[in-house]
Write a new protein. Structure first.
Length: 312
């Protein structure tokens, strides 16, 4: 079977009729019938039979379809990739992001990009950092965005921006009006820690050790749970600013910690599959949005004095 045979067979099997396949493929019914018969003559067995006036796949067709369906999906992927490579104004982008980026940062970038290019479609997945390689190797995502660059030689990484770690808290935290929160202030409060499986846990752990002097009273396996606990008044959550962006409001505030704790955001893709122009255009927009985020205001002398009074 050549590719045309496979395309027609897939269409006839999927819709269940010659007429339906002809409409799907935008060709005449006689052309569809002729291609099916030609495929059957090459294979040496029938693919469809008429049962009570209805076209019914043979057992051999059922077996072949399982293989053809996977191949057809790969062809669709190839065609989509070709369109994406050709165009900078329309196409499809499949992106995987850490859960901490999935509620605010990535949606804002996607919304802004589609306002500029409404013909671009997106498939977005929230993927944990230990699943990045699998998502790329299986081609479920064109690229993924996370906190660490990859050392895997099969995966290429590029810098996307910088983020900060800080305190997400409700009312009642001393010095909450300052541009940054000293760790000494956090020692007076219940701290919500992150389990080692969370992407930024390595960054948060030193802060927790200095702020609590030991294990935190509450430890969670999700930044979302940490934020929800902070909102309920259970304590102060130590999270990244991208998580905080989705939760800050009248009842929750976020401030970076002092000393500062920062991390790099990176985009990763298969080294053997360079990013399309469309993907690069989207990432340029997202990179600009991250770089232009409001930075912590440098403390004035009065703020430094206030910090000192808070530490005492």
């Amino acid at each position: 079977m050549n590719l045309r045979h496979i395309e027609v067979f897939h269409a006839v099997y999927s819709v269940g009729s010659i007429s339906g396949a002809s409409r799907l493929l935008n060709v005449s019914q006689p052309s569809v019938s002729k291609i099916v018969k030609h495929a059957e003559s090459r294979l040496g067995f029938p693919l469809f039979t008429l049962v009570r006036g209805r076209l019914t796949p043979t057992e051999e067709a059922h077996i072949l379809f399982r293989e053809v369906d996977d191949l057809h999906s790969r062809i669709d992927t190839f065609q989509r990739a070709a369109r994406n490579l050709r165009s900078t104004s329309e196409g499809n982008i499949r992106v995987g992001v850490l859960p901490s980026l999935a509620l605010a940062t990535a949606p804002h970038a996607i919304a802004a990009f589609r306002r500029k290019l409404p013909l671009v479609t997106f498939e977005v997945s929230a993927i944990h950092h230990d699943e990045f390689r699998e998502a790329l190797m299986s081609r479920d995502c064109d690229f993924v965005i996370g906190h660490q660059a990859s050392n895997d030689p099969e995966i290429a990484s590029a810098r996307l921006g910088t983020g900060r770690v800080g305190a997400l808290f409700g009312s009642g935290l001393p010095c909450g009006d300052l541009p940054a929160i000293p760790l000494e202030v956090l020692r007076q409060h219940e701290i919500i820690g992150l389990a080692p499986s969370v992407a930024i846990a390595d960054l948060v752990s030193p802060i927790l050790s200095r702020a609590t002097g030991g294990a935190p009273g509450i430890q969670v396996k999700s930044v979302y749970i940490a934020a929800a606990l902070a909102r309920s008044g259970a304590g102060v959550a130590i999270v990244d600013e991208f998580t905080a962006e989705a939760f800050i409001g009248a009842d929750l505030s976020f401030r970076p910690v002092v000393p500062a704790a920062t991390f790099e955001l990176s985009v990763q893709h298969l080294a053997s599959h360079p990013l399309s122009r469309l993907a690069r255009s989207f990432l340029d927009l997202m990179r600009g949005m991250i770089q232009n985020r409001p930075e912590a205001v440098a403390p004035h002398v009065s703020c430094l004095n206030a910090m000192a009074s808070c530490q005492h």
